[in-house]
Design a protein around this ligand. Structure first.
Ligand code: DQA
Length: 166
């Protein structure tokens, strides 16, 4: 099973950026030190290994293209689940909403901070309604929680998609 961690604008600066909100650890170091070792221990219900890839972009168009390719791209680009922290785009990008609606790959939305406890403008995510679930406020652990959910629920989605394609 392939899982893509897709991070949006300014998430490359986590570790340096507003550490009181986002912590002082970089996402790359969390992935290398915790999430990849965790993924190696996981198996899907049919016994498949879990492969994690990571993509970060500050540009909305690149995020849209990566979401499209996750479903319709080359064999190398296609994945079984996306864990998406779209950063500030979460709050207003209809292009990302449309891209998620256009694919059959489940998307798990993650936010490091508890967006519901922040400024009014951050309390609503336009992408939540088209995602399989939302995890917010648990810092980096949110990525691991989403990975567990994606792996445990993956086959449920595959079955649903097969039914939809019948
Ligand atoms: C964020 C929350 C967003 O409001 C913000 O723009 C980010 C990070 C989070 O992970 O908490 O860039 O998505």
């Amino acid at each position: 099973m392939k899982v893509l961690i897709l991070n949006g604008p300014n998430l490359n600066l986590v570790g340096k950026r507003e550490p009181e909100i986002y912590g002082d650890v970089t996402i790359d170091s969390y992935i290398d030190e915790f999430l990849r070792p965790l993924s190696k221990q996981l198996r899907t219900q049919s016994g498949d290994i879990v492969e994690v890839s990571v993509f970060q972009s500050n540009s909305e168009g690149e995020i849209v293209t990566r979401i499209q390719d996750a479903c319709y791209g080359s064999a190398k680009q296609r994945v079984d689940a996306i864990i998406l922290n779209a950063g500030a785009y979460s709050h207003y990008s209809l292009a990302i909403v449309d891209a998620i609606r256009a694919i059959t790959v489940p998307v798990y939305e993650v936010h490091l901070s508890n967006i519901y406890a922040r400024e009014e403008v951050r309390r609503h995510s336009v992408i939540s309604a088209v995602c399989a679930g939302v995890i917010a406020g648990f810092g980096m652990e949110g990525y691991s929680m989403a990975l567990l959910a994606a792996v445990r629920r993956g086959e449920m989605y595959n079955t649903q998609n097969e039914r939809r394609n019948d």
